[in-house]
Design a protein around this ligand. Structure first.
Ligand code: HEM
Length: 260
């Protein structure tokens, strides 16, 4: 019935997103979701203890109210919600059939873009804290890093599930033959230990010094992410150039701080 396919809704984007989400749900995404939820629950518990307990023990209502308005009270939940916007936006675009002529490419690229952006934003936290002296911002680093990993896993799964249809020999060939994919895999392999050691328990287990040393991996991961971006495009290098400059500046601030 030719009329049906012409007038019926284009389900490809919706089905594609459903496949990616189903697959990622079974793999890495729950891990990131649990870690993000853990951060949120921990934060709200601390908030409750700080505000409500202050109220009952000291009965200084105005004091606790002032505390509740401090940036460290609202910044984390705000950033937690903001971090979800790109994912929600993509689902919205999928549901409204606004993914362009090549939805799979749009999804993979969009998720890759946000993976790199969150990685750079997470990397920017410490330099911004050093330059501005705004200590509170330091508490966002872990959450932003987890968001980078969240979008990286979605990006990777959209490549595996949508682009390659889980055709493992083809994926393996790509990893070996296409250098930008090899570099992407390298970046992911560097990010995995960072995400898995992001809980307080793991920080304690590793010890602050070893944990910090391990987390230096985020810089080479960022470098590989930027080169991965450079290598896969053929024209208009503006965006990866901006990311490369930002990454270099962030690194320079860290080095300056170390040796100054
Ligand atoms: C196993 C790991 C990875 C694989 C297999 C992979 C695969 C891909 C593929 C196939 C594309 C091109 C999409 C297309 O043109 O259809 C792409 C683009 C991209 N990827 Fe990855 N990637 C990986 C890791 C990463 C990582 C770790 C990052 C960043 C931290 C990243 C960031 C990007 C960016 C920014 C783009 C370009 C988006 C654009 O054109 O606007 N990728 N990736």
């Amino acid at each position: 019935m030719p009329g049906v396919s012409q007038t019926g809704p284009n389900l490809l984007p919706v089905v594609s997103i459903a496949i990616v989400l189903t697959f990622t749900n079974a793999c890495f995404t729950p891990m990131c979701a649990v870690l993000l939820l853990h951060t949120f629950v921990r934060y709200t518990t601390l908030h409750y203890t700080a505000v409500v307990m202050t109220d009952t023990t000291q009965d200084t209502h105005s004091n606790s109210k002032r505390k509740a308005l401090k940036p460290d009270r609202w910044l984390k939940p705000l950033v937690l919600l903001l971090g979800l916007i790109p994912a929600i936006w993509l689902v919205g675009r999928g549901l409204t059939g606004d993914l362009g002529a090549n939805p799979i490419e749009t999804i993979t690229r969009y998720l890759g873009d946000w993976a790199l952006r969150f990685l750079l934003i997470a990397l920017a936290v410490t330099p911004v804290r050093i330059l501005s002296g705004w200590a509170v911002i330091g508490r966002l680093r872990r959450m932003l890093g987890l968001y980078a990993f969240f979008y990286v896993t979605l990006h990777l799964m959209s490549y595996i599930g949508l682009d390659q249809y889980f055709f493992w020999p083809g994926i393996f060939q790509d990893v070996i033959k296409r250098i930008y994919i090899t570099l992407g895999v390298g970046a992911v392999l560097m990010l995995v230990p960072l995400a898995t050691t992001s809980t307080d328990a793991m920080v304690k287990r590793l010890g602050g010094r070893r944990w910090r040393r391990l987390h230096i991996l985020v810089y080479p991961a960022g470098v590989l992410g930027v080169i991965h971006f450079f290598m896969m495009i053929k024209a208009d290098f503006t965006e990866p150039t901006i990311y490369a400059v930002v990454l270099a500046l962030l690194f320079a601030v860290r080095l300056y701080k170390k040796w100054a």
